[in-house]
Design a protein. Structure first.
Length: 392
């Protein structure tokens, strides 16, 4: 017998993990860590989404190497002392019935930028070198990410091997912290995305030139991480389905890469876009409601892999339609979840899946259910009084 509940609130099994629903909280940079360690900000920031009913919560971009941080106060998993503070967050999220994943990343040639609220501009080389943990921009070729950015150092074979090891080591730490999912960040112009794009990768060796060569680093990281990550835990990968540059990485390329990532053991493609040559505060892809959903639909259909849609998905009906139309398997929210951390609970009510606050945390739901009848009466009385006053 089929589940009559809305698709958005039907469970999804990925390997040994069963998500309670299809709502995912997308990674959102907070720049609130202490030398890469999670702080009380992360407990509250991520914990509130668990109270809000999301099936899966993803951390912000978490650096596998201090040189690969986006900003000065990014989360990290480049050393063991960073495990325990994240485990505390993981344990809280699990206690609320949600799953939690970590997005592992290396910012590459886009390492070192100000937070958005400070302008988002690239940091100067002198400031990066003077940091407690000095940074260095790294890339496939010595090509700057854009105006205001210094050129990265082109990685040699030893440097590439070191990057792969950093991802594997961070994956082992993620398992020790108790995360349910690892997401590899291969988008937004960061290190792996810059290797993929012909507009950032001008190498003449086996890691440049053809699409197959440019995909090598992505596939090597995915294979090695999959081997280090428990077999029962899902592996996600975020791609910029198009990199936003003329004659750059295309949707056709992403379909081919997604097929290969599936062979490496990746379970879900998180479909984003843009970012190759822009600063971190901008995306060169026109934005509108559900603007990245077509990327998810195409990759899901043509690569035969589960996908996660993200980008201006704002209400329950829109999210449900994306799932019903076969355009994605998961719905990711970012800014909308910041605006309304209880979006999943409100969506369940809007779709008729929770008329009585049963999905809410019991410490909240019991009070809301008690409040509901009185609130309904008060609103009815106010409406009647307004009508009486308006009668001639």
């Amino acid at each position: 017998m089929s589940d009559p509940s809305p698709l958005l609130f039907q469970p999804l099994k990925l390997r040994s993990l069963t998500l309670a629903n299809r709502v995912v909280i997308s990674p959102m940079c907070q720049h609130a860590a202490d030398r890469g360690h999670a702080t009380p900000w992360h407990m509250v920031h991520l914990g509130k989404f668990a109270l809000g009913g999301a099936g899966l919560i993803l951390t912000e971009s978490t650096a596998v190497d201090p040189r690969g941080r986006i900003g000065t106060a990014d989360l990290g998993l480049w050393k063991d002392s960073q495990i325990a503070p994240l485990k505390a967050v993981v344990d809280f999220v699990h206690a609320q019935g949600s799953a939690i994943g970590v997005q592992l990343a290396h910012a590459g040639r886009k390492a070192g930028s100000e937070p958005l609220w400070e302008g988002g501009a690239a940091l100067g080389d002198e400031r990066m070198a003077a940091d407690e943990e000095p940074w260095e921009r790294l890339g496939p070729s010595a090509l700057a990410a854009g105006p205001g950015w210094s050129a990265p150092r082109a990685l040699d074979a030893n440097g590439v091997a070191s990057v792969v090891k950093h991802f594997v080591d961070a994956t082992v730490r993620a398992d020790k912290a108790g995360f349910d999912v690892v997401e590899l960040h291969f988008g937004h112009g960061y290190l792996v995305a810059s290797f993929l794009s012909p507009n950032a990768n001008h190498r003449g060796d086996a890691l440049g030139g053809s699409r197959e060569n440019r995909m090598w680093l992505a596939l090597e990281i995915a294979q090695r991480v999959r081997a280090a990550w428990p077999a029962g835990k899902p592996l996600f990968c975020r791609l910029s389905a198009v990199d936003g540059t003329l004659d750059g990485w295309s949707l056709d390329d992403s379909v081919i890469l997604a097929r290969e990532l599936k062979r490496c053991g990746v379970d879900v493609i998180d479909c984003s876009s843009g970012g190759l040559t822009e600063e971190t505060r901008a995306l060169p892809v026109p934005r509108g409601l559900g603007f990245q959903v077509p990327f998810s639909e195409r990759i899901r259909r043509d690569a035969q892999i589960a996908t996660q849609a993200v980008g201006m998905i704002v209400d329950a009906q829109q999210a449900e339609a994306v799932l019903a139309n076969g355009q994605a398997d998961l719905i990711a929210l970012g800014r909308e979840a910041l605006f309304d951390p209880y979006w999943p609970h409100h969506a369940a009510a809007a779709l008729g899946a929770d008329p009585g606050y049963e999905r809410w945390p019991v410490r909240h739901g019991v009070w809301l259910a008690k409040r509901a009848p009185g609130l309904a009466r008060a609103r009815a009385e106010a409406a009647a009084h307004s009508n009486e006053e308006g009668t001639p």
